[in-house]
Design a protein around this ligand. Structure first.
Ligand SMILES: *Cc1c(COP(=O)(O)O)cnc(C)c1O
Length: 419
């Protein structure tokens, strides 16, 4: 087993933290985040100008963004609020990729204002962006990126997005040619080529395969249009092992296979840099959702009711995703009982685990739900009047820092009109 599921905190730490911050809460491991990010950046250091733009949507927290930015990461945004978060964190200009779809005019305008690097999702957005720029008094950017949807299934993944032909994202191959010509007409000097064809890919072949396609496409497009490439953006999609019997992708092998493709294609003067927009790979393993056992119930099955629910972590309810669970302090005990671990929403899919073998649990046991550092808190919502939890950071010195307070009922009532 290459992927030991070790909780971020011990039972003793959890009991101590609970005195100040009641469960449920999300906790992140600063050292884990930093070590992983450094390894990732190092793996691609062969590529001049390489930059990982962390997908803000995965974990939209200023403290997390700042940790990554300090290590040299940019950000990838897809909405106005995410752009504004970057601005508030002092992350500006080309450190921001703005890769949105169905994008409103005011979001493009804000991206122009911050000097973000914009990825266009569709051919029709070329004129749309030019129009926004003109009305707002902004020059067209020197560099514009385009999202490509090649319509071809990857045979190598367990993908969440489905077939690219059913995906709403990106332009076709012939539209890329048209987009470049139009953009050149608007005075754009350099281009970026972006594609995101499949999410949560285990194994080491997704990026290299995608890179091969994008590098070849970029070179062909240069032959067709004379386009000069600033970068190729491999976007997100490198997976993490949610199950203990899965292997973590090897980022060193991935990066060296991407280099082979790069060296195969870019033999001339043109040497675009590479960007990535990883979310899950950068953060998921370094977050746990900590929750306390409230109730037991035996009807047709054996249920463990906890104080977290799908409003704190939607992936199991939404995708049937596996998240490993550890009973803190019972790590060494045999998994002898079969439970459904459930939250309190009035929705029968509010189940963190179904038929999961765990040690014999008791009321008050604290559970760590693993790999919740990305697309965890971020997908939270207020259904059933559930309030979003706090987010905590286990700092490198072992201390705990509150990086987002829990919502209160006053937050929940703030938009309501009582009269
Ligand atoms: C969601 C998203 C990402 C991150 O995807 P992961 O699977 O978390 O790596 C990157 N880029 C774009 C445009 C996205 O929408």
């Amino acid at each position: 087993m290459s992927n030991e599921k070790k909780p971020i905190i011990t039972k003793e730490q959890a009991e101590e933290i609970k005195k100040t911050y009641p469960t449920p809460f999300h906790i992140y491991d600063e050292k884990g985040i930093e070590d992983n990010a450094r390894e990732m950046i190092e793996a691609f250091s062969w590529c001049k100008g390489f930059k990982e733009h962390f997908a803000v949507k995965a974990t939209p927290n200023p403290a997390i963004m700042k940790i990554l930015h300090k290590l040299g990461c940019g950000m990838d945004c897809s909405s106005l609020a995410e752009l504004m978060m970057c601005e508030k964190c002092g992350i500006l200009g080309d450190d921001i990729m703005f890769t949105a779809n169905e994008t409103p005019a005011e979001e493009y305008e804000y991206a122009l204002k911050l000097g973000a690097c914009i990825t266009l999702d569709d051919l029709t957005h070329v004129d749309f962006l030019a129009d926004v720029a003109k009305k707002g008094g902004y020059a067209m950017p020197e560099v514009v990126s385009m999202r490509y949807n090649n319509g071809v299934d990857f045979a190598i993944n367990n993908c969440i997005m489905g077939s690219p032909q059913d995906a709403k994202y990106g332009m076709t191959r012939s539209q890329l040619t048209q987009a470049i010509k139009k953009l050149q007409g608007y005075g754009v000097k350099k281009f970026g080529l972006h594609a995101f064809l499949a999410s949560n890919n285990l194994g080491n072949d997704y990026y290299p395969t995608l890179a091969g396609i994008l590098f070849d496409t970029a070179r062909e497009l240069t032959e067709e249009t004379g386009a000069d490439w600033a970068f190729v953006n491999l976007s997100g999609g490198v997976g993490i092992p949610y199950r203990p019997d899965e292997d973590k992708p090897d980022i060193k092998i991935i990066a060296s296979k991407v280099k082979s493709e790069y060296d195969r294609v870019f033999t001339g003067e043109m040497k675009p840099s590479i960007r990535t927009e990883l979310g899950r790979y950068m953060l998921a393993p370094y977050g746990n959702l900590i929750t306390t056992v409230l109730h037991f119930k035996h009807i047709y099955k054996e249920y463990v009711g906890v104080d977290a629910c799908a409003a704190n972590l939607m992936r199991p309810a939404m995708y049937g995703s596996y998240h490993h669970i550890t009973a803190l302090g019972k790590e060494q005990e045999p998994c002898v009982n079969k439970y459904d671990v459930v939250g309190g929403l009035c929705e029968n899919n509010d189940k963190f685990a179904i038929d999961r073998m765990l040690p014999a649990l008791e009321k008050g046991d604290v559970l760590a739900i693993h790999d919740t550092g990305a697309h965890g808190f971020a997908m939270g919502y207020n259904y059933n009047g559930r309030l979003r939890s706090a987010e905590l950071l286990l700092q490198k010195d072992g201390s705990i820092k509150l990086i987002r307070r829990a919502e209160t009922v006053d937050d929940y009532f703030a938009t309501m009109i009582f009269e």
